[in-house]
Design a protein around this ligand. Structure first.
Ligand code: PLP
Length: 474
């Protein structure tokens, strides 16, 4: 392994500081990426220690850390225990990605591992300062509740920390909401397609889903209203800002219209904004809850509980999410929570507080990474599968693909799994038959892995099609 001197690194990076656009960290990351892609820095090269890089390049250590983190997230660099940071293979133009026979998971719509997390340490001092003496805090760490409340306030939804409950991920927050607002046998409206974990939850609780199909990606307030009135449903689950599985985003006009059309219904809306931080245009529109407060609907009756988490911005393994509700509802949900668990992990909450403190840097870098990965996946799909239909996502982690009738979704998923790549059937995201001809592909994986996964998918579909035409010659 070649150990790079700082002088060679300096030469390899060129005049990176005066390159246009982005923070110092993103400019340093771009220069490093280019040096790797053009083989100026070859695979296996060990970079100098972060501290010496910072000193010799005349920038702060945090700039270097953030730049390296971006490239680790994309699979250009790898941290190896005892060796330092190493340039990894696979990104040289024209070269084949490494052939890794382990299964590639493009089915789970979440960061593939913890590399998007900023480098945050946790020590006894941090735990002592955390504000949780005994460690039992059913409502959550005060510092984290405040950070979450401040984020909602900044997004146009004034929030006091007492309105926040920190939970074990958003799934837990959704479970608390459904336990609070629905009885077995009740109807629940949901925008379709939807997040598969929600379908599991409805099934487990004996709730009856009523699909509100999205029209051109948007939630149709008029249809929601009609279905609420005809079914008598008093609970709805909506993904308003960025949608899993389609990756489509809600725009201001559509969200205002939705608030106006349902504001006067006796409806509790559970608004899932788990993917809200992942818009590729870097915008953060206000959630529906904020718009309902200012809705023109006479005597607004609908109430909105907002659910979020750090799982998609940072890592699902932290298992930290939250809900925002009125203080009375918070009290009731805490009462029912205490019967099941006594609060979320304090170390995870301390790390999540640190993640939110770095929110803008982290969100910007995640959004850039995701938008690059989405573009790569879309381009691959367009070239390799011209008959497959999808709308390129403008946020989120996945692409929702409609297959031609000649390709059964189940068969494609099975063939892909046999070839070593997992993708999800559309049926797992639908409560009607509308998803039967769809698949969901998650693109949030390091680029070499994503490329390899898509190539396996293409080979699997080619073989499937060849077998089909041998069995059914025209
Ligand atoms: C839309 C949506 N809501 C909720 C969740 C659950 O997130 P968490 O990991 O925070 O429980 C997910 C995870 O995939 C999701 O995509």
């Amino acid at each position: 392994m070649e150990r790079l001197g700082v002088r060679s690194l300096y030469l390899a990076l060129g005049d990176w500081q005066s390159a246009p656009g982005g923070s110092l960290a993103t400019r340093m990351a771009s220069a490093l990426r280019e040096a790797i892609e053009t083989s100026v820095l070859s695979s296996g090269t060990v970079l100098p220690a972060e501290r010496s890089m910072a000193r010799d390049l005349g920038v702060s250590r945090s700039t270097v850390t953030a730049a390296l983190q971006l490239l680790k997230a994309d699979g250009y660099l790898e941290a190896r225990h005892g060796s330092g940071t190493i340039v990894t293979a696979g990104m040289v133009p024209g070269s084949e990605p490494r052939r890794d026979r382990s299964v590639i998971d493009l089915a789970e719509s979440s960061p593939g591992d913890a590399r998007a997390l900023p480098v945050v340490g946790i020590d006894l001092e941090a735990l002592l300062r955390s504000g949780s003496a005994s460690g039992y805090t059913p409502a959550g760490l005060p510092s984290l509740r405040r950070s979450v409340a401040d984020r909602f306030t900044a997004d146009g939804l004034p929030t006091d920390p007492s309105q926040i409950v920190i939970t074990n991920g958003a799934q837990h927050a959704l479970a608390l909401c459904f336990a609070q607002f629905a009885e077995p046998g009740d109807c629940v409206l949901l925008d379709e397609p939807t997040y598969p974990g929600l379908i599991d939850l409805l099934e487990a609780r004996g709730l009856v889903p009523i699909a509100v199909p999205r029209h051109s990606g948007a939630i149709d307030g008029g249809l929601l209203r009609t279905l609420a009135e005809s079914s008598g449903a008093t609970l709805a689950y909506l993904q308003t800002l960025v949608h899993n599985p389609t990756g489509l985003t809600g725009d201001d006009d559509a969200l205002d219209r939705l608030a106006d059309s349902i504001g006067d219904l006796s409806l509790t809306v559970v608004e899932d904004v788990v993917l809200a931080d992942l818009r590729f245009d870097h915008r953060r529109p206000s959630p529906l809850a904020a718009r309902m407060m200012g809705s023109s609907a006479a005597g607004t009756a609908a109430q909105v509980i907002v659910v979020g988490s750090v799982s998609k911005l940072g890592w699902g393994g932290l298992r930290i999410g939250w809900l925002r509700a009125d203080v009375e509802q918070v009290d009731q949900m805490l009462r029912s929570r205490r019967a099941d668990d006594l609060g979320s992990s304090i170390p995870s909450q301390v790390i999540s507080t640190a993640v939110l403190a770095e929110f803008s840097v982290l969100a910007e870098s995640r959004q850039r990474t995701l938008s690059r990965r989405a573009a790569l996946a879309c381009q691959f799909l367009e070239t390799s599968f011209p008959t497959w239909r999808f709308t390129p996502p403008n946020g989120g982690l996945s692409i929702w693909v409609e297959l031609p009738s000649s390709h059964a979704a189940g068969a494609v998923v099975e063939a892909a799994a046999a070839a070593g790549v997992l993708i999800a059937t559309g049926a797992s995201s639908s409560v009607t038959t509308s998803g039967a001809q769809h698949i969901r592909i998650c693109f949030d994986r390091p680029e070499p892995q994503l490329r390899e996964g898509l190539q396996r998918l293409a080979r699997a579909v080619d073989q499937m099609t060849d077998r089909w035409s041998t069995v059914n010659p025209s």
